[in-house]
Design a protein. Structure first.
Length: 571
């Protein structure tokens, strides 16, 4: 019996490399490594025989004459193993049938079912508003299975691009909507129906913002202010907002944040928002200053002011300048009142009524975030209260003279005269006494005045109390610093006793007089030949023979004095 080799030939067409649509895949056969033959269930089959295994051997098409109309081509009915057999197995050596009888089976495996491709995700997604969302870095694996011939190729297309052969895991990073189409083909050309997977990569963190509800000025907040945080997400929704202030533990934001319990000073709010995909905003930092301190009000007297004990004195032209200072939010308003009932907005220095009495002025300031200064009339906690006495009375000036001489309405003073000045003020008290002589510079009076410039003068005195009320007084006088003139007259002429030598006789008399042009001579004293000084009553006589010396002193009524010495010889 001849050896018969049954060879099954299947025709197929290769699919194109590129296409905008799902490729056309021809039906084909497949022989695995074990020699098993697989054919497409829907593929027409023809059976040929040859006497040689060589591909170039002559082949003869088999006919079934009994069923010729339904055999060529032949279609298998079911998937899996389809058996062609001969009922006798022939021994290849003896060419005789083998007993007991053995069937010779030729098996062809038919496959009419396409593969099934499953999509495997590296992480779970979140369905929101009919869209499936994934975070960045999603990886997709396409896994196909075929129960008979096995999977040949998996194809995929992203966003309408041409189909490509799937070889490795697909990664998705960029934020956008993706449309993935995919299918598989088995080794005999069965094509899976195209599948589609639509999803969006969401890399965007929520957009957050905050606002201050309540009183503020810039980044300076009132204790009554609150911080409101808002966040929105472009695609999904915000899962949570987390915040912390300074070094406090993190908290979930649920309602506006009150700052009233924080201490005064600088603080830092930090917050971030997270969407349901886990996308997190950068930490937002907001630095603010909590101002709990009302303005500080400074008092400044414009004009004249003086304290005696707890009482402050002002002059009639003085005004009270109020300066409100707030280092953080700034001053908004400043008000004052003399009676505590009628309040006026401060616009400039406040004048006091022209009445000599005690005044009480109340005032307060409000800063730009609503902090208001207190009004406390307690001296232990003085604030917002200004008490003062308005002094309208100038000092009373007095003076006295020592060693002066008055003739008619004219006062004369000399080198030994002293002018003493003093002043009194019953309210704010004395501050200073000034004096000026004629048109000279003004000087502060410190001690009694001694004036030695001869002639007529005018002394101007001004006294200033502690709130600069000023009183004036003038004194006119003459200064006499000239001593009297002394005249000496001899009662007889001298006679010559030698070259340039003269002498007087024993009966000589000396007449001495003195004259003062302003105040007159008070005393005329003489000393003869070193004797004691005596007032001169009459002419001098009775001189001794030889040399004689007379010392003379003339003094006026202001103490100006002049000395003179007379020497002569008696023979």
């Amino acid at each position: 019996m001849r050896r018969i080799l049954i060879i099954i030939f299947l025709s197929f067409i290769m699919y194109p490399v590129f296409s905008q649509q799902q490729y056309k895949h021809p039906m084909r056969f497949y022989v695995d490594s074990a020699g098993k033959i697989y054919v497409n269930l829907h593929q027409p089959l023809y059976f040929k025989v040859s006497t040689s295994p060589s591909p170039k051997s002559k082949k003869y098409l088999l006919y079934s004459h009994a069923t010729s109309t339904i055999v060529n081509p032949l279609y298998f009915r079911h998937e899996g193993a389809n058996v062609l057999y001969t009922p006798w197995a022939i021994d290849t050596a003896t060419k005789q049938p083998i007993y007991p009888r053995v069937n010779v089976d030729f098996i062809v495996y038919a496959d009419g079912t396409p593969p099934k491709t499953n999509i495997k995700l590296s992480r779970p997604g979140i369905l929101f508003d009919d869209t499936l969302y994934f975070s960045s870095g999603l990886k997709i694996t396409l896994e196909a299975v075929d129960n008979i011939a096995g999977v040949d190729t998996v194809f995929y297309s992203i966003d309408g691009e041409s189909y490509k052969q799937y070889r490795d895991t697909l990664s998705f990073v960029n934020e956008k909507l993706y449309v993935i189409k995919y299918y598989s083909v088995d080794k005999v050309g069965n094509v899976e129906r195209e599948k589609k997977f639509v999803f969006r990569i969401d890399n965007s963190a929520p957009v957050s913002s905050f606002k201050i509800v309540g009183t503020r000025k810039g980044d300076v907040l009132s204790p009554r202010a609150k911080i409101e945080i808002n966040a929105k997400d472009q695609f999904t929704r915000v899962k949570k907002i987390v915040y912390t202030i300074d070094d406090e533990p993190e908290k979930l934001y649920r309602y506006p944040i009150s700052v009233s319990n924080l201490p005064e000073g600088w603080h830092e709010l930090q917050y971030y928002a997270v969407d349901i995909m886990g996308n997190t905003t950068d930490t937002i930092r907001y630095r603010f200053f909590l101002d709990k301190t009302p303005p500080l009000i400074l008092e400044e007297i414009m004009g004249n002011s003086y304290f005696i004990g707890e009482t402050q004195y002002l002059s009639a032209n003085s005004k009270l300048k109020l300066t409100a200072v707030d280092n953080y939010s700034g001053v908004k308003d400043l008000f004052y009142s003399f009676d505590g009932k009628t309040w006026e907005r401060y616009t400039g220095p406040i004048p006091f009524p022209k009445t000599q009495k005690v005044f009480k002025l109340l005032y307060y300031a409000v800063d730009s975030v609503g902090n208001k200064s207190d009004i406390n009339e307690s001296m232990a906690q003085r604030g917002g209260v200004f008490t003062t006495f308005v002094d309208l009375t100038p000092p009373a000036i007095s003076y006295s003279l020592e060693n002066y001489y008055k003739y008619g309405d004219t006062i004369f003073i000399g080198p030994y005269s002293r002018i003493k000045i003093w002043a009194q003020d019953k309210e704010s008290g004395m501050k200073v006494i000034y004096y000026q002589i004629d048109d000279d510079s003004v000087n502060v009076y410190k001690q009694p005045l001694q004036i030695d410039k001869e002639g007529r003068h005018k002394l101007t005195i001004s006294a200033q109390d502690n709130v600069n009320n000023i009183a004036f007084k003038e004194l006119s006088f003459k200064v006499d610093t000239t001593a009297p003139e002394i005249n000496v007259v001899f009662s007889i002429h001298p006679f010559k006793i030698g070259d340039d030598q003269w002498a007087y006789p024993k009966n000589i008399k000396v007449f001495i007089t003195a004259r003062d042009n302003m105040v007159g001579v008070k005393e005329l004293l003489v000393s003869v030949n070193k004797g004691p000084y005596r007032p001169l009553a009459t002419a001098l006589s009775g001189f001794t023979y030889g040399s004689n010396v007379i010392n003379i002193i003339a003094i006026d009524y202001l103490g100006n004095r002049r000395k003179k010495t007379v020497s002569f010889v008696v023979k």
